[in-house]
Design a protein around this ligand. Sequence first.
Ligand code: ATP
Ligand code: MG
Length: 229
Amino acid sequence: SKLDTFESIEFNDVSFRYKAGDPYVLKNVSFTLNQGQQLALVGSTGSGKSTIMRLLTKTYEGYEGHVLVNGLELARIPKLKLESLFSMMQQDVFLFDQDVSFNIGLAKVDQPAVEEAAKYVYAHEFIESLPNGYATHLQSGGDQLSAGQKQLISFARAMTNNAQLILLDEATSSIDSVTESLIQKALERVFEERTVVAIAHRLSTIRESDQILVLEAGEIVERGSHEEL
Ligand code: ATP
Ligand code: MG
């Protein structure tokens, strides 16, 4: 069908507010992202970056204007269908009270696939160094992991379903330099090989994006490549 492979996302004059009567938090946002490209969303807190992600994942509905995925109106695409096209790398990864393998594969893929995903995002080594490797039990808050290691688990999880579009909500929390360089390498690889929409904080992420949208109070105030801005 038309949604088997990801081709494009188009926001066409999209406005959105969380509740009728509330102020608009997105105002006439337009952009196009084609397969293989990377889009960075930047802007101050409250400018609407996460809201764009939430619309894409259908966490919220009721936008005005058009959001097209492969030319089809997002509002008419079943959420389940989207979940096989898109994968989210989250800022605050939810960890289950289970072992590392479960937390990566969510019992949907086998152990080789879990390890393949972990290797892809450079998480394999640190996992192997845990007391029981992939079988290490994680507390639901993941207290025994650093913020960066939790991000790597989240990256690996996002890779297990082979989604073609990666939605990345980059963490701002401070990450130790060893893990930071792993995250950097993982992101470079993902940026080279996938289509990405990133809420970007790292300069390197911004630099590697084809297109940067600068949001301010729900409006795109600047756009272009890193060189252009
Ligand atoms: P940050 O950099 O802090 O993550 P952001 O750019 O991601 O900010 P959004 O989370 O998209 O900003 O929020 C945009 C606006 O929408 C803000 O004014 C915020 O207060 C408001 N907002 C966010 N979530 C909701 C919600 N669930 N209900 C009502 N208003 C919301
Ligand atoms: Mg946000």
